[in-house]
Design a protein around this ligand. Structure first.
Ligand code: MG
Length: 362
């Protein structure tokens, strides 16, 4: 089998889909991170496509190394790794379709056929405490037992005056009771000492299930300071690319929970190695995932096949404009997403609709 063509579809809301075709008539689809879609599209179409064409998708590891090492001066931490992720997922989709097996069966089997989901609310800087409480309570009414509040702090806001996170977290706890688990995502916003102050306060007054990215993602030593100081597990990894960054994060940042993102870190091929690294450190994995179709399907196959991915995962919910691009949908019921059982990633793309919708096709 040989890859004969690669087409990249940039969708109006930033998603980038990658289609690989083969000489055996089997095609596969992958997805890249949605930030900087034009950059990723150029990277995939101009840099990776010539490297992939002519290769056998079953030689996925060989092709992966070629895509990483040939254009190495473009830098593996970011756009290159994100573009490789989309191509890698498409290759695994082809391998699954060619062998008539769901990807998780090709990744080691199925530890779980459904994955528990937490509800994530991202504060936009405007919603009031009452608004946030109303939204969170309504999710509990719909069956969610795990919630996360994510602030819009961005990399290193530092000292946040009258930090709105504190009253919001206290009000959410008061509204939903003690049985619901609540995570908190500072989105890289605090200095180490501020994160420790906030973390200790929330541990004592709210009860924290986990504290996500307390400090800037590039400052591993600050994260280690926070992870060492708190009893609450600290999570990080959505901003890491490739095995080497995860090694350094584990060594120097010492987070308790690792969060690789399959549309960023290098696809299945790299994520499985990252999973092995986490296993060696006895650190659980909670995938980071913001892409509700192909990206989520990939995450589900990964969670199914990794023993340490047992905790609640994020799912941003079905979105009508994205659902319309597929002939079938992921099944979400009673707080669980079900691992697709069809061949490949298990989602059937409506290519005509994707073509019609795309703002740029290369
Ligand atoms: Mg996060």
């Amino acid at each position: 089998m040989k890859i004969t063509n690669m087409t990249t579809y940039l969708l109006p809301w930033g998603s980038l889909f990658i289609k690989l075709e083969t000489d055996e008539g089997i095609s596969g689809w992958g997805e890249c991170s949605p930030m900087g879609g034009h950059v990723l599209q150029a990277m995939a179409a101009h840099t990776l496509k010539p490297l992939a064409i002519g290769g056998n998708p079953f030689d996925v590891e060989v092709l992966w190394q070629k895509m990483l090492l040939s254009p190495y001066k473009l830098g593996p931490s970011g756009a290159q790794s994100e573009a490789i992720s989309g191509v890698d997922l498409a290759m695994w989709d082809i391998i699954g379709k060619a062998t008539n097996k769901p990807v998780h069966q090709l990744q080691g089997g199925c530890f779980r056929d459904r994955v528990p989901i937490y509800y994530s609310y991202g504060w936009d800087g405007k919603a009031t405490v009452d608004d946030v409480v109303r939204i969170m309570s309504s999710q509990v009414d719909q069956g969610f037992t795990v919630l996360k509040l994510r602030m819009n702090y961005g990399p290193l806001r530092g000292e946040i005056a009258n930090d709105p996170a504190i009253p919001m977290m206290k009000a959410i706890r008061a509204a939903v009771g003690d049985e619901v688990k609540i995570g908190f995502d500072a989105n890289n916003g605090y200095t180490a000492h501020k994160a420790i102050q906030v973390g200790r306060y929330l541990e004592e007054h709210v009860g924290l299930a986990w504290f996500e990215e307390p400090t800037p993602q590039y400052d591993y030593l600050a994260m280690a300071q926070v992870a060492d100081a708190l009893d609450t597990p600290v999570s990080a990894g959505e901003h890491e690319y490739t095995l080497w960054q995860f090694r350094d994060l584990l060594l120097h940042g010492r987070p308790d929970i690792l969060q690789p993102d399959l549309v960023k870190c290098g696809g299945f091929t790299e994520a499985k190695k990252i999973a092995a690294l986490c296993e060696a450190w006895s650190k659980p994995i909670v995938v980071h995932n913001t892409q509700p179709t192909l990206g989520t399907a990939a995450s589900l196959h990964f969670c199914a096949s990794v023993s340490g991915a047992m905790y609640h995962q994020e799912f941003t919910g079905h979105r009508a404009e994205l659902s319309a691009l597929f002939h079938n949908q992921l099944e979400f019921k009673d707080g669980y997403l079900y691992v697709p059982q069809g061949p490949g990633l298990g989602l059937e793309v409506n290519e005509e609709k994707v073509k019609e919708t795309a703002v740029s096709v290369i």
